[in-house]
Write a protein that binds this ligand. Structure first.
Ligand SMILES: [Zn+2]
Ligand SMILES: [Zn+2]
Length: 338
């Protein structure tokens, strides 16, 4: 099979590898569409080191080719969204259902080979059957959507509440739509106004660029009170927590998903004084079926976010396209001939 193998920073080679075979409780899937994201880009540049050689790709929808002994969750021919993280299943965190927090978590496309290939071997428990009647490409964003479904639901939005999403990238534009599906009126806050027309089209009731004036004022104008009820942060900047605290009302909730590794300067005085609830949200637990339900029902539209498509042979060009200003989500279609 054909695979894009990373041998070192920016050293990506299209190679023919032996077809993977499923072991016990494993399946081999053919990749239909894979998404490329910032994590892949950081691995590609070497900023996030991995053990080489490595096949990247952790966002993909696929068709089951073969199943190993003991697999009854899926059958050959099934179309599945692959959850690209699996935990040890034995530690106290896993046993209590917090498998996303397991200290021995394995990430497909990072710790083991992933979806920038024609075929991938994954544990059967990573496979979530996809609904019929939804195009492959529309399911390409199920993994980031799973991240966002968990983040939004940890914020427990109630119908009629106001929310702000920090960040106008893939996660932000998905969070906007999930919040809307939950009945919240939502404002998008972005670094620039670049994505605002699309955000409006996807249901944003207000938009605000960081250089357009104080966030407090924008949040008050939009909410008609002291600030928004809920902030979902997807921006991944060190200033994001400060921005979230500027937007949220006293007694409100802030959910963080995209925080970078750098420390952030936050006045915790305001957190106490205004009784703000701040919670992190880490990938997903069982959110894949809900993510796919939202896509199938039309509540979340993923297609307008896919701005570029490449074959596996053109993966290096795909990485360049990921950094273009017009790019939101770059999709890789391994089965397509160049
Ligand atoms: Zn990703
Ligand atoms: Zn565990």
């Amino acid at each position: 099979m054909k695979a894009a193998v990373l041998h070192g920073p920016r050293d990506l080679r299209i190679e023919t590898l032996a077809d993977p075979l499923p072991g016990p409780d494993e399946v081999v899937v053919s990749v239909l569409v894979a998404g490329l994201c910032g994590t892949d880009h950081r691995i590609w540049t070497g900023e996030r080191p991995v053990a080489y050689p490595r096949v990247m790709g952790h966002e993909f929808v696929a068709r089951v080719d073969g199943v190993g002994p003991g697999v009854d969750r899926v059958r050959p021919g099934d179309r599945v969204a692959v959850e690209p993280n699996y935990s040890c299943g034995r530690c106290p965190l896993c046993r209590e259902g917090n498998r996303n927090l397991c200290l021995q978590r394995t990430a497909v496309g990072i710790d083991v080979d992933g979806g920038f290939a024609e075929r991938v071997r994954v544990p059967a428990r990573c496979c979530w059957p996809a609904p019929a009647g939804v195009a492959d490409e529309d399911l390409a964003l199920v993994e980031p959507l799973g991240v966002v479904v968990r983040a939004v639901d940890r914020g427990a939005p109630r119908p009629g509440e106001t929310a702000a999403v920090l960040g106008g990238g893939t996660l932000g534009l998905l969070a906007l739509q999930v919040l809307r599906a939950r009945g919240a009126r939502t404002m998008i806050v972005g670094r620039t106004a670049r994505r605002f027309a699309l955000a409006r089209e996807l249901g944003a009731e207000a938009v605000h660029a960081l250089d357009e004036g104080p966030l407090e004022d924008a949040a008050r104008r939009f909410s008609g009170r002291e600030g928004v009820d809920l902030v979902v942060e997807t921006a991944g900047t060190a200033a994001a927590v400060e921005h979230a605290l500027a937007l949220v009302r006293p007694g409100g909730r802030v959910i963080l998903t995209g925080l970078p590794h750098e420390p952030t300067a936050v006045s915790f005085f305001t957190v106490v004084r205004r009784e703000i609830t701040i919670a992190g949200s880490m990938i997903y637990q069982d959110e894949f079926p809900e993510a796919m339900r939202l896509v199938a029902s039309g509540a979340v539209r993923t297609r307008p976010l896919v701005t570029h498509r490449f074959t596996l042979d053109a993966l290096s060009e795909a990485f360049a396209a990921h950094r273009e200003p017009a790019s939101i989500k770059v999709a890789i279609v391994p089965g397509k001939v160049a």
